[in-house]
Design a binder for this molecule. Sequence first.
Ligand SMILES: Nc1ncnc2c1ncn2[C@@H]1O[C@H](COP(=O)(O)OP(=O)(O)OP(=O)(O)O)[C@@H](O)[C@H]1O
Length: 596
Amino acid sequence: MSATDIHTGAVPPRRDLGELRVIPVRHRARTIGTAFAAVLLIAILYSVLGNPRWGWPVFAEWFLSEPVLTGLGRTLLLTALGAFFGFTLGTVLALARVSSSPLLAALAWGFIWLFRSIPLIVLLLILNNLGYLYQTVSLGVPFTEISFFSYNTTQLMTPFLAAVLGLTLNLGAFSAEVIRGGILSVDQGQHEAAAALGLPKGHQARRIVLPQAMRSIVPTAFNEIIGLAKGTSMVYVLALPELFYTVQIIYRRNLEVIPLLMVATVWYLIILSVLSIIQYHIERHYARGALRTLPPNAFRVFFARLGLVSLYSPARPVSVAAETPAPVIRARSHGSDWANSLPGGGTVEIRGVTKAYGDLVVLEDVDLVIPSGSVTAIIGPSGSGKSTLLRSINHLERVDRGYIAIDRELIGYRREGDTLYELKEREVLERRTDVGMVFQNFNLFPHLTVLQNITEAPIKVRGLSRGDAERLALDLLARVGLADKAYAYPRQLSGGQQQRVAIARTLALKPKVLLFDEPTSALDPELVGEVLDVIKELAQSGITLIIVTHEIGFAREVADRIVFMEQGRVVETGSPEQVLNDPQHRRTADFIAKVL
Ligand SMILES: Nc1ncnc2c1ncn2[C@@H]1O[C@H](COP(=O)(O)OP(=O)(O)OP(=O)(O)O)[C@@H](O)[C@H]1O
């Protein structure tokens, strides 16, 4: 660019820029490192291929020979069976470890402790000698003559069965801890959201918790499987001719030790490479929703290395929409099927509710009746027990004294005279579906698309067909202004959009009562309005709304009644004008003066 250009501010013609040559910065250390790597590689290749003692002709003779391939087949079969049964056992043990039954958890812990302590080789030898300890293996009713079957242990426990059993027990114990680590890594909010939607425990584990846990399970699990594939060589102690034992037999006869060890090594390298590719794809599968953009698949990485394509496809969002064409969404707003089929609001009765965490009394003798179809805002200082009260309404928290009923039906209990019997999990889940809950942190399921988030509970809990559930979900998404986001994953949405999806998800169960736990406090100020607008519209729908909020202006605008809580007690209730403009208690007045 000339000096005149600078003074006049004229932009140089485009072709001038095109003619400029770009010289990338030189990294001297990187160049030396690359040269060193190249020399090292050449030296290794020269030493391996140039030294006749490696015996490559013998390697070539045996690499695809029948006994080696038979041994390889056995290694692969042992790996597959050990991995399948080992991880199945590991999953059961991990679920037992995190279960609320102390005995079950202790039993699982004992199993893991024992089988992680015993070296695999010792375990295999014990199993191989089981016939010495127990002559027969039988199944029957203890202390009676009844027997369903009985086998001779020595005949039953073949070397192959002992190998599969030993590898299964060993991998089961190690993988249980890997799986438990994965389960613990899933946010508590995910469990709560699933429970609040009334999803049964088994379904929660299968559809919500385990798929998310897989992200941290898969890398370590593959380490275990690779260890297992190599660990199968340990079954030589059972004289079972898998890959390693087969080459041992061959080199003892022809004394070509190194070439035959190379045969085994190269096959193990191939197994490991295949497992690594499988691992990459499984990790990629479970990354759906966890990342805003999926990592490229292995083929793309390969072709990108060759410079044939770019590593990432241009601006292609991770959404099913990219793979499945989205159906035409017919937005039906007011007067839709959904709105017409609402069950109407429920009356919430909270009677003498008291709850403590250890010595800390969080709720003390709370008495409230919230009429059907009303909008109640609960306000109060931090730690006053607002969220705990809300969570007690749908039995996410168990109260110590008193009871909570919706339309005269207790949520977590059955009443007989003066006694309350706690309901079974299934019954609690059924009743809970009348009470929807929207959380502060949205708690959407990140591995499911927006549509799947909404349809999960209606299909599982309400028994809707997939088609009906999807129609309902699309209708609700249109109502909250997100019809075009049905096939996106939650992480691809803004906070405000995520919260609107969470509201739609809750509405899909057609609850009588809707609980909002500070629905806007995790949002940036400019996103608060869009969520509040949706809640304002819901206030007209006839559903009973109970909102814990710090948005006093919003509470004034939308609520019929305000409840002020402090130190676990209801201090004052009344219309917004009364509580906010003319509070009866000094503590209410102090709080309002501080927040307004
Ligand atoms: N699981 C728990 N274990 C022990 N203490 C708890 C537990 N959950 C809540 N608490 C305590 O109970 C009290 C009430 O908590 P809660 O979350 O209901 O208050 P809050 O009024 O909703 O507060 P905030 O407005 O800050 O959310 C707090 O002192 C809190 O530390």
